[in-house]
Design a protein around this ligand. Structure first.
Ligand code: ASP
Length: 315
């Protein structure tokens, strides 16, 4: 089974074997990235444009590094300075860029579905770097690679995703991926931060951290996505930390070898204890960042192979 996708818009359309193919390839890029000489030329001659309509640190930097390490010509569009500010629509911007013949377009947008829409208007491969509260596929893939390397497998694990589920594209993509790979997912958080479609997600729901974490192998913490909240979803940060912030005592209810994850950016003392976040015996947060570069290299490599098979891009 190879990787059949034209774009990487979400986890939803991926077959479990496509996920495994991508993670296997990413493992080889982890090795490359640990060498002094980090170059492979699989994207040589191709043009990658990164368009971030929302703030990003890790995702933008790692897509840029990934493209450069694979030999692509990488351009970062500054969307603050772009014609969007002058009233140009997303589609017109996309068509303008399309006329410059990019091969890979990496897009982050605050509106769910905007990246899918854009993918219908351009000839190149589009990678979703996060759209609203919809999906963030490379985050779920890098989380999966981190889990697989730490636990030695990516199936039959109990995974707790904790905090602001309702506003999180990271949670959505992770739930989809973890289910495809046959894991059990528990969501833990206040009822006000659970999505309305909770019944359709096939998950167990808890509003008590100690109950929800009992016996879990993986504990994934989430940031409060204030930019997507339009009202008072939590009483106060102090109260939130007391009930839902991950600290050593709450973690003691999980399995003894449970790992702690966070997609970043992290708010220490709000959703996670700062010392725990830095504890290299429990926290794999830095590994997640490292896996992010390798996963993005693998994703662009596979999409570029498909472009070439279709006769687009550099032959
Ligand atoms: N960086 C992740 C995202 O873009 C998580 C977060 O912002 O809290 O969705």
């Amino acid at each position: 089974m190879t990787f059949r996708q034209r774009h990487l818009l979400g986890i939803e359309p991926l077959h479990p074997l496509e996920i495994t193919t991508l993670l296997d390839l990413a493992d080889t890029y982890v090795d490359l990235n640990r060498r002094a000489q980090k170059h492979a030329d699989v994207l040589a001659g191709l043009t990658q444009i990164n368009m971030f309509f929302e703030a990003s640190t890790r995702t933008q930097a790692s897509f840029e590094l990934a493209g450069k390490r694979l030999g692509a010509d990488v351009m970062n569009m500054s969307m603050q300075a772009s014609s969007i500010k002058k009233g140009e629509t997303l589609i017109d911007t996309a068509l303008t860029l399309n006329a410059m013949h990019p091969d890979l377009l990496v897009v982050r947008h605050p509106h769910s579905g905007a990246v899918d829409l854009l993918a219908q208007k351009v000839n190149c491969a589009v990678l979703n770097a996060g759209d609203g509260r919809h999906e963030h596929p490379t985050q779920a893939l890098l989380d999966a690679l981190t889990i697989r390397r730490a636990k030695g497998r990516l199936h039959r694990l109990n995974v707790a995703i904790c905090g602001d589920i309702a506003h999180s594209r990271v949670a959505r993509s992770n739930i989809l991926l973890l289910h495809k790979m046959e894991n059990r997912v528990r969501l833990i958080g206040p009822p006000t931060l659970m999505p309305s479609e909770i019944g359709e997600l096939g998950v167990e729901v808890y509003d008590d951290m100690r109950d929800g974490l009992a016996g879990c192998d993986v504990v994934m913490m989430l940031r409060l996505q204030r930019e997507r909240m339009d009202g008072g979803f939590i009483p106060s940060e102090r109260e939130y930390y007391h009930r839902y912030g991950l600290d050593p005592e709450k973690l003691s209810h999980a399995a003894d070898d449970a790992i702690v994850m966070h997609p970043g950016p992290m708010n220490r003392g709000v959703e996670i204890d700062g010392i725990l976040a830095d504890d290299i015996n429990r926290s794999v947060i830095q590994e997640q960042v490292e896996m992010g570069v390798a996963v993005r290299m693998a994703a662009m490599d596979l999409l570029a192979r498909n472009l070439r098979a279709e006769g687009l891009g550099a032959a």
